[in-house]
Design a binder for this molecule. Structure first.
Ligand code: 3PG
Length: 305
Protein backbone atom coordinates (compact mmCIF):
# COMPACT_ATOMS: atom_id res chain seq x y z
CA UNK A 1 0.00 0.00 0.00
CA UNK A 2 1.07 3.63 -0.42
CA UNK A 3 1.96 5.78 2.58
CA UNK A 4 2.24 9.52 1.99
CA UNK A 5 4.54 11.74 4.04
CA UNK A 6 3.26 15.26 3.38
CA UNK A 7 5.16 17.99 5.17
CA UNK A 8 5.13 21.70 4.49
CA UNK A 9 8.12 21.89 6.86
CA UNK A 10 10.24 18.89 5.84
CA UNK A 11 11.85 16.41 8.24
CA UNK A 12 15.65 16.20 8.29
CA UNK A 13 16.85 13.94 5.41
CA UNK A 14 18.16 11.37 7.90
CA UNK A 15 14.63 11.05 9.34
CA UNK A 16 13.07 10.70 5.88
CA UNK A 17 15.52 7.87 5.15
CA UNK A 18 14.52 6.12 8.39
CA UNK A 19 10.82 6.58 7.64
CA UNK A 20 11.36 5.10 4.17
CA UNK A 21 13.06 2.05 5.65
CA UNK A 22 10.28 1.43 8.18
CA UNK A 23 7.61 1.79 5.47
CA UNK A 24 9.41 -0.50 3.03
CA UNK A 25 10.17 -3.11 5.72
CA UNK A 26 6.42 -3.13 6.36
CA UNK A 27 5.90 -4.00 2.68
CA UNK A 28 4.59 -0.56 1.68
CA UNK A 29 5.67 2.26 -0.63
CA UNK A 30 6.67 5.74 0.52
CA UNK A 31 5.28 8.72 -1.36
CA UNK A 32 7.04 11.93 -0.34
CA UNK A 33 5.52 15.39 -0.74
CA UNK A 34 7.63 18.15 0.77
CA UNK A 35 6.63 21.83 0.62
CA UNK A 36 3.76 20.88 -1.70
CA UNK A 37 0.82 23.10 -2.54
CA UNK A 38 -2.69 22.32 -1.36
CA UNK A 39 -3.48 20.98 -4.85
CA UNK A 40 -0.43 18.72 -4.71
CA UNK A 41 -1.69 17.34 -1.39
CA UNK A 42 -5.21 16.75 -2.68
CA UNK A 43 -3.81 14.83 -5.67
CA UNK A 44 -1.24 12.89 -3.64
CA UNK A 45 -3.74 11.59 -1.05
CA UNK A 46 -6.04 10.07 -3.70
CA UNK A 47 -4.65 6.53 -3.51
CA UNK A 48 -2.78 6.30 -0.20
CA UNK A 49 -3.74 4.10 2.77
CA UNK A 50 -1.64 5.97 5.30
CA UNK A 51 -0.69 9.62 5.80
CA UNK A 52 2.05 11.15 7.97
CA UNK A 53 1.96 14.92 8.58
CA UNK A 54 3.28 17.58 10.94
CA UNK A 55 1.28 20.81 11.42
CA UNK A 56 -0.22 20.39 7.95
CA UNK A 57 -3.96 21.12 7.75
CA UNK A 58 -5.96 17.96 7.21
CA UNK A 59 -9.63 18.82 6.81
CA UNK A 60 -12.82 17.60 5.11
CA UNK A 61 -11.49 18.43 1.64
CA UNK A 62 -8.44 16.22 2.22
CA UNK A 63 -10.51 13.35 3.67
CA UNK A 64 -12.96 13.60 0.75
CA UNK A 65 -10.06 13.34 -1.69
CA UNK A 66 -8.44 10.40 0.16
CA UNK A 67 -10.70 7.53 -0.84
CA UNK A 68 -8.34 4.75 0.33
CA UNK A 69 -7.15 6.42 3.54
CA UNK A 70 -7.25 4.37 6.75
CA UNK A 71 -4.84 6.11 9.09
CA UNK A 72 -3.29 9.54 9.66
CA UNK A 73 -0.42 10.00 12.09
CA UNK A 74 0.54 13.47 13.20
CA UNK A 75 4.31 13.16 13.79
CA UNK A 76 4.24 15.31 16.90
CA UNK A 77 2.06 16.12 19.86
CA UNK A 78 -0.58 18.73 18.95
CA UNK A 79 -3.27 17.56 16.53
CA UNK A 80 -5.33 20.75 16.31
CA UNK A 81 -4.48 20.81 12.58
CA UNK A 82 -6.58 17.71 11.94
CA UNK A 83 -10.36 17.71 11.75
CA UNK A 84 -11.06 14.74 14.01
CA UNK A 85 -14.82 14.69 13.43
CA UNK A 86 -14.26 14.47 9.66
CA UNK A 87 -11.66 11.74 10.18
CA UNK A 88 -14.18 9.72 12.18
CA UNK A 89 -16.92 10.39 9.62
CA UNK A 90 -14.59 9.04 6.93
CA UNK A 91 -13.64 5.99 9.04
CA UNK A 92 -10.02 7.13 9.44
CA UNK A 93 -7.98 6.54 12.60
CA UNK A 94 -5.92 9.57 13.73
CA UNK A 95 -2.95 9.14 16.06
CA UNK A 96 -0.21 11.42 17.38
CA UNK A 97 3.27 10.55 18.69
CA UNK A 98 3.23 12.04 22.20
CA UNK A 99 6.55 13.00 23.77
CA UNK A 100 8.71 12.24 20.75
CA UNK A 101 9.76 15.82 20.07
CA UNK A 102 9.36 17.18 23.61
CA UNK A 103 13.03 17.60 24.43
CA UNK A 104 13.65 19.63 21.26
CA UNK A 105 10.86 22.05 22.17
CA UNK A 106 12.07 22.31 25.77
CA UNK A 107 15.65 23.06 24.72
CA UNK A 108 14.39 25.84 22.46
CA UNK A 109 12.36 27.34 25.31
CA UNK A 110 15.45 27.57 27.51
CA UNK A 111 17.61 28.83 24.64
CA UNK A 112 15.17 31.61 23.80
CA UNK A 113 14.92 32.58 27.48
CA UNK A 114 18.68 32.99 27.72
CA UNK A 115 18.79 34.88 24.41
CA UNK A 116 16.18 37.39 25.62
CA UNK A 117 17.56 37.99 29.12
CA UNK A 118 21.10 38.36 27.76
CA UNK A 119 19.78 41.15 25.52
CA UNK A 120 20.36 39.10 22.36
CA UNK A 121 24.10 39.10 23.10
CA UNK A 122 24.40 42.78 22.16
CA UNK A 123 27.24 43.57 24.56
CA UNK A 124 25.08 45.06 27.34
CA UNK A 125 24.65 43.54 30.79
CA UNK A 126 21.80 41.03 31.05
CA UNK A 127 20.39 38.85 33.84
CA UNK A 128 20.55 35.19 34.89
CA UNK A 129 18.12 32.33 35.48
CA UNK A 130 19.74 31.02 38.69
CA UNK A 131 17.30 31.23 41.66
CA UNK A 132 14.58 32.79 39.49
CA UNK A 133 11.00 31.46 39.58
CA UNK A 134 9.60 29.48 36.65
CA UNK A 135 5.93 28.54 36.31
CA UNK A 136 5.06 25.76 33.90
CA UNK A 137 1.57 26.08 32.45
CA UNK A 138 0.68 22.40 31.77
CA UNK A 139 2.93 19.63 32.98
CA UNK A 140 2.88 17.27 30.00
CA UNK A 141 5.83 15.90 28.05
CA UNK A 142 7.21 19.31 27.04
CA UNK A 143 6.54 20.89 30.43
CA UNK A 144 8.39 18.06 32.17
CA UNK A 145 11.39 18.45 29.89
CA UNK A 146 11.44 22.21 30.50
CA UNK A 147 11.38 21.48 34.25
CA UNK A 148 14.22 18.97 33.95
CA UNK A 149 16.45 21.44 32.11
CA UNK A 150 15.43 24.44 34.24
CA UNK A 151 16.50 22.51 37.35
CA UNK A 152 20.01 22.46 35.92
CA UNK A 153 19.84 26.26 35.70
CA UNK A 154 18.94 26.32 39.42
CA UNK A 155 15.47 27.77 38.88
CA UNK A 156 12.63 27.48 41.43
CA UNK A 157 9.92 25.64 39.55
CA UNK A 158 6.18 25.32 40.01
CA UNK A 159 3.56 23.91 37.67
CA UNK A 160 -0.18 23.95 37.02
CA UNK A 161 -1.90 20.92 35.54
CA UNK A 162 -5.31 19.67 36.67
CA UNK A 163 -4.61 16.31 34.99
CA UNK A 164 -1.42 15.61 36.97
CA UNK A 165 -1.47 14.56 40.62
CA UNK A 166 0.42 16.73 43.12
CA UNK A 167 2.49 13.68 44.18
CA UNK A 168 3.88 13.36 40.64
CA UNK A 169 5.09 16.98 40.62
CA UNK A 170 6.41 16.77 44.17
CA UNK A 171 8.37 13.61 43.28
CA UNK A 172 9.94 15.64 40.43
CA UNK A 173 10.86 18.46 42.83
CA UNK A 174 8.17 20.75 41.36
CA UNK A 175 5.76 22.82 43.47
CA UNK A 176 2.16 22.09 42.40
CA UNK A 177 -0.03 25.15 41.83
CA UNK A 178 -3.83 24.97 41.65
CA UNK A 179 -4.92 28.18 39.98
CA UNK A 180 -3.77 29.88 36.83
CA UNK A 181 -3.77 33.25 38.62
CA UNK A 182 -1.41 31.91 41.28
CA UNK A 183 0.91 30.56 38.58
CA UNK A 184 1.20 33.88 36.73
CA UNK A 185 1.35 36.03 39.87
CA UNK A 186 4.17 34.15 41.57
CA UNK A 187 6.58 33.41 38.74
CA UNK A 188 8.84 35.80 36.89
CA UNK A 189 9.03 33.35 34.01
CA UNK A 190 6.00 31.41 32.75
CA UNK A 191 6.27 28.79 30.01
CA UNK A 192 3.09 27.78 28.20
CA UNK A 193 2.47 24.18 27.21
CA UNK A 194 -1.30 23.97 26.85
CA UNK A 195 -2.84 22.57 23.65
CA UNK A 196 -5.10 24.64 21.38
CA UNK A 197 -8.66 23.52 22.14
CA UNK A 198 -12.00 25.37 22.16
CA UNK A 199 -11.47 25.90 25.93
CA UNK A 200 -7.90 27.25 25.72
CA UNK A 201 -8.12 29.46 22.60
CA UNK A 202 -7.54 33.07 23.62
CA UNK A 203 -7.42 32.04 27.29
CA UNK A 204 -4.06 33.69 28.03
CA UNK A 205 -5.48 37.20 28.10
CA UNK A 206 -4.50 40.69 29.23
CA UNK A 207 -5.65 40.19 32.82
CA UNK A 208 -3.61 37.02 33.17
CA UNK A 209 -0.49 38.40 31.49
CA UNK A 210 -0.60 41.49 33.70
CA UNK A 211 -0.50 39.30 36.81
CA UNK A 212 3.15 38.57 36.01
CA UNK A 213 5.51 40.13 38.53
CA UNK A 214 7.94 42.90 37.59
CA UNK A 215 10.10 42.00 34.57
CA UNK A 216 7.86 39.00 33.90
CA UNK A 217 8.56 36.92 30.82
CA UNK A 218 5.92 34.76 29.12
CA UNK A 219 7.18 32.06 26.75
CA UNK A 220 4.91 30.40 24.20
CA UNK A 221 6.28 27.39 22.37
CA UNK A 222 2.81 25.82 22.30
CA UNK A 223 0.24 27.34 19.92
CA UNK A 224 -0.36 30.94 18.85
CA UNK A 225 -4.12 30.47 19.25
CA UNK A 226 -3.97 30.15 23.05
CA UNK A 227 -2.95 33.81 23.33
CA UNK A 228 -5.46 36.63 23.12
CA UNK A 229 -3.32 38.68 20.72
CA UNK A 230 -5.02 42.01 21.36
CA UNK A 231 -4.74 41.34 25.10
CA UNK A 232 -1.03 40.65 24.69
CA UNK A 233 -0.54 43.91 22.74
CA UNK A 234 -2.44 45.83 25.42
CA UNK A 235 -0.45 44.23 28.25
CA UNK A 236 2.85 45.10 26.54
CA UNK A 237 1.61 48.69 26.11
CA UNK A 238 0.36 48.96 29.73
CA UNK A 239 3.42 47.49 31.37
CA UNK A 240 6.86 48.47 30.04
CA UNK A 241 8.59 45.66 31.96
CA UNK A 242 6.69 42.64 30.58
CA UNK A 243 8.33 40.55 27.88
CA UNK A 244 7.01 37.94 25.44
CA UNK A 245 8.83 35.12 23.67
CA UNK A 246 7.17 32.89 21.09
CA UNK A 247 8.10 30.09 18.76
CA UNK A 248 4.58 30.43 17.43
CA UNK A 249 4.50 34.14 16.69
CA UNK A 250 1.26 36.11 16.83
CA UNK A 251 -0.33 37.71 13.75
CA UNK A 252 0.69 41.11 15.16
CA UNK A 253 4.37 40.03 15.53
CA UNK A 254 5.76 42.66 13.12
CA UNK A 255 3.98 45.45 14.98
CA UNK A 256 5.17 44.18 18.38
CA UNK A 257 8.75 43.80 17.13
CA UNK A 258 8.71 47.35 15.85
CA UNK A 259 7.24 48.82 19.04
CA UNK A 260 9.13 46.68 21.58
CA UNK A 261 12.33 45.40 19.93
CA UNK A 262 13.93 44.54 23.27
CA UNK A 263 10.85 43.01 24.89
CA UNK A 264 9.71 40.47 22.32
CA UNK A 265 11.55 37.59 20.69
CA UNK A 266 10.11 35.44 17.91
CA UNK A 267 11.48 32.67 15.73
CA UNK A 268 10.94 33.42 12.02
CA UNK A 269 9.28 30.02 11.58
CA UNK A 270 8.07 27.48 14.16
CA UNK A 271 11.31 25.78 15.16
CA UNK A 272 10.55 23.90 18.40
CA UNK A 273 10.53 20.40 16.94
CA UNK A 274 12.95 21.16 14.14
CA UNK A 275 15.96 19.04 15.13
CA UNK A 276 17.31 15.90 13.48
CA UNK A 277 16.73 14.01 16.73
CA UNK A 278 13.10 15.10 17.11
CA UNK A 279 12.42 14.43 13.41
CA UNK A 280 13.87 10.93 13.79
CA UNK A 281 11.96 10.24 17.02
CA UNK A 282 8.60 11.56 15.82
CA UNK A 283 8.99 10.54 12.15
CA UNK A 284 9.99 6.95 12.88
CA UNK A 285 7.33 6.57 15.57
CA UNK A 286 4.76 7.84 13.07
CA UNK A 287 5.95 5.42 10.38
CA UNK A 288 5.87 2.48 12.80
CA UNK A 289 2.36 3.43 13.97
CA UNK A 290 1.04 3.68 10.39
CA UNK A 291 2.58 0.33 9.44
CA UNK A 292 1.25 -1.33 12.61
CA UNK A 293 -2.21 0.11 12.03
CA UNK A 294 -2.31 -1.20 8.46
CA UNK A 295 -1.06 -4.59 9.67
CA UNK A 296 -3.28 -5.28 12.65
CA UNK A 297 -5.27 -2.15 13.51
CA UNK A 298 -2.79 -0.76 16.07
CA UNK A 299 -4.48 2.30 17.64
CA UNK A 300 -2.72 2.95 20.97
CA UNK A 301 -2.34 6.69 20.36
CA UNK A 302 -5.69 7.24 18.64
CA UNK A 303 -7.07 10.72 19.33
CA UNK A 304 -10.42 10.52 17.49
CA UNK A 305 -13.38 8.42 18.54
C1 3PG B 1 3.95 19.44 18.10
O1 3PG B 1 2.76 19.65 18.33
O2 3PG B 1 4.43 18.31 18.10
C2 3PG B 1 4.88 20.59 17.88
O3 3PG B 1 4.19 21.79 17.92
C3 3PG B 1 5.72 20.48 16.62
O4 3PG B 1 5.05 20.87 15.46
P1 3PG B 1 5.74 20.76 14.01
O5 3PG B 1 5.86 19.32 13.67
O6 3PG B 1 4.83 21.49 13.10
O7 3PG B 1 7.09 21.40 14.07
Amino acid sequence: MKILVATEKPFAPVAVQGIKEVIEEGGHELVLLEKGTRDDLLKAVADVAGLIVRSDKIDKEVFDAAKELKVVVRAGAGYDNIDLAEATAHGVCVMNTPGQNANAVAELVMGMLVTLIRNRYNGTSGTELLNKTLGIHAYGAVGRNVARIAKGFGMKISALDPWVKDEVMIADGIQPVHSVEELYKNNQFVSLHIPATPETRGSVNKALIELLPKKGVLVNAARKEVIDEQGLADALADRDDIRYIADVKPDNAAELEEKYPERVLFTPKKMGAQTAEANINAGLAAARQVVAHLKDGFNRFQVNK
